[in-house]
Design a protein around this ligand. Structure first.
Ligand code: FAD
Ligand code: MG
Ligand code: MG
Ligand code: MG
Ligand code: MG
Length: 546
């Protein structure tokens, strides 16, 4: 444990350095990156170390700007506008790219097995192996159906660009079908009943986009059937958008009510057939089935099967998600990193390491910490355990010294009991990072910066802890910075929650949303395309052909 704690400053060198570059003449270390999404693309954009031979494997040769995906479902934005081809970046950086899917990781032999589409081969696919020295797993996650029967077969997902296009096609098909002659009113109502499952940001945004489309465009294009349309949003929990501030949840629920979106909370979907969706009401246990025309499933994410196999190999079979340490190194497997939605950082508890922290800080071995000893360790604690900072913020304290003062009074020396007492509650503030693009891209950038400095850190091994400037040659653990989140609610209104408890809802935040997302788009090409799509929509309305 002692070494784990000191890992904040010392252990890291030796471990990360197993991945260090060879001298001239030797072959370059081969870094294989799986995935070209938020975390992978960000990693590749910031990676600048000529000593690595970088090979990217991903089933799609583009980066997808997922936050605007819901806008593709109703034609506000074109799918082409939010994808960035990856070949450009590969050429600029001198990286290799193979369009294929990794299907197996062989951690013992440092090899991956891949499959690619190949229309010429008999099976329609071709398979190959690739070895690596360092593997970076950035493959994201897949939609989670919780094994609900019928979902795979009958529901639509909203994860990839194709998904959004399929949804768009299907919505328009529903309207064309409902406009056929000789249908009863019941039949038209069924076809035009759109069900969205999952009240998280994606489900809510999709419902809002669909509602806008129905009100602003469909009313003009299909005036005869418009009265038969209905949107139902199903959520298993008590509220939608439960990760947001309560004010936002309340606003969204009221707005949906006003808009006529049928919001059903406490409703768990238990099955989907070709014609009906069944839900169980929490509490009463009553099961109801309703006819529908289209179901969109958006209830969260799950592991990709080959990641599950990999976890078995490396002794993580008991975990729900792939675990890494704070340096994004996969636990139990050398030379493999994982970031983004694929993995979770397994944060350490202060209270588990507290004896080690104390012993390490107590340089003079007096059994108590004096001011100097104490100051020597606080920075490491704050860096290594992000929950400390959150706890101080919650208690409105400036630093740990203040926290200790409250436990220790005016004593200048602090003993282990008091030390424990002061820090006893900090672990209550531990939180897993959310599965968002914001986290994924920051992790990609962080890891690239570690890789860029790998040699420098090797040259300056374990120096004195507080040597000046030494911090630059050390790998700090990953730290997430939250810049806020948005929940577009339709009708040109967006809810925004920014750091410092700042909540804003309405048209002004919609403009903030437009500008933030325009600025986050990864290239001027996509930025131009998206902005012109928005302008086109304002002027001409949405395109309804399919
Ligand atoms: P991804 O971005 O999903 O990338 C995974 C990559 O791996 C892809 O390139 C994929 O093709 C590739 N891959 C898959 N399988 C394999 C394989 N077997 N071998 C090799 N490569 C593989 N987050 C926000 O912060 N803000 C938002 O507004 C927001 N809106 C969203 C809207 C929608 C509709 C969705 C679906 C997500 C949204 N998110 C948002 C979440 C965000 O998109 C994810 O958190 C983010 O994409 C995670 O990044 P990642 O790199 O882990 O995975
Ligand atoms: Mg990725
Ligand atoms: Mg992506
Ligand atoms: Mg993650
Ligand atoms: Mg001492």
């Amino acid at each position: 444990v002692l070494s784990t704690f000191s890992g904040g400053s010392v252990l890291v060198y030796s471990d990360l350095n197993t991945a260090v570059t060879p001298k001239d003449g030797q072959h370059k270390k081969k870094v294989v990156v799986l995935g070209s999404g938020w975390s992978g693309y960000s990693f590749l954009s910031y990676l600048n170390n000529p000593n690595y031979d970088v090979q990217v494997v991903s089933p799609r040769n583009f980066f997808l700007f997922t936050p605007l995906l819901p806008s593709v479902t109703n034609g506000t934005v074109e799918a082409r506008s939010i994808v960035e081809p990856i070949r450009g970046l590969m050429r600029k950086k001198g990286f290799g790219f193979t369009e294929a899917e990794c299907v197996n990781i062989d951690a013992t032999n440092k090899k991956i097995h891949c499959r690619s589409k190949d229309s010429k081969s008999l099976k329609g696919t071709s398979e190959f192996d690739m070895d690596y020295d360092i593997l970076v797993i950035a493959v994201g996650a897949k939609p989670n159906t919780f094994n609900t029967p019928g979902v795979e077969e009958h529901a639509f997902f909203l994860k990839e660009a194709e998904d959004a296009l399929k949804i768009r096609q299907s919505v328009i098909d529903c309207f064309e079908r409902a406009s056929l002659p000789d249908l009863t009113e019941e039949e038209r109502k069924k076809i035009l009943h759109f069900v969205v499952v999952g009240g998280g940001p994606t489900g809510v945004e999709f419902s809002a986009e669909l509602h806008d489309f129905l009100v602003e465009d469909v009313a003009k294009i299909y005036p005869k059937v418009q009265e038969f349309t209905r949107i139902t949003l199903l959520e298993a929990g008590d509220h939608i958008l439960n990760m947001f501030d309560k004010r936002i949840t309340a606003f969204a629920e009221e707005k949906f009510q006003r808009d006529g979106i049928d919001l059903k909370t406490k409703s768990m979907v238990v099955g989907v057939t070709a014609d009906e969706i069944s839900t169980k009401e929490r509490g009463t246990g009553k099961v109801v089935s309703e006819p529908y025309g289209m179901v969109v499933w958006s209830t969260g994410i799950g592991l990709r099967p080959f990641i599950r196999d990999f976890m078995q190999q490396i002794g993580q079979e008991k975990r729900r998600v792939l675990a890494t340490d704070e340096w994004l190194r996969v636990e139990g497997c050398d030379g493999v990193y994982a970031l983004g939605d694929t993995a979770t950082i397994n944060q350490r508890k202060v209270m588990e390491d507290i004896d080690a922290i104390f012993t390490k800080a107590d340089k003079e071995k007096t059994g108590t910490l004096n001011k100097k000893e104490f100051n020597g360790v606080v920075k490491d604690i704050c860096q290594r355990y992000p929950q400390v900072e959150l706890y101080l913020k919650k208690k409105k304290l400036r630093n740990i010294a203040n926290l200790l003062k409250s436990a220790n009074g005016d004593d200048t020396e602090i003993n282990i009991e008091k030390f424990k007492q002061a820090l006893a509650e900090v672990d209550t503030q531990m939180k897993n990072l959310p599965a968002t693009a914001q986290v994924a891209s920051q992790q990609g950038k962080y890891l690239a910066k570690c890789f860029n400095r790998m040699e420098k850190c090797e040259k300056r091994p374990e120096g004195p802890l507080r040597f000046r400037g030494e911090g630059r040659h050390r790998f700090q653990p990953f730290r997430y910075r939250h810049f806020g989140s948005f929940a577009p609610l339709g009708g040109e209104q967006t809810a925004a929650e920014l750091p410092g408890d700042w909540v804003s809802i309405g048209h002004s935040s919609q403009w903030l949303w437009y500008s933030v997302y325009a600025s986050k788009l990864v290239s001027w090409r996509t930025r131009t395309l998206v902005i012109s799509d928005w302008a086109r929509r304002f002027i001409f309305g949405r395109d309804s052909s399919s």
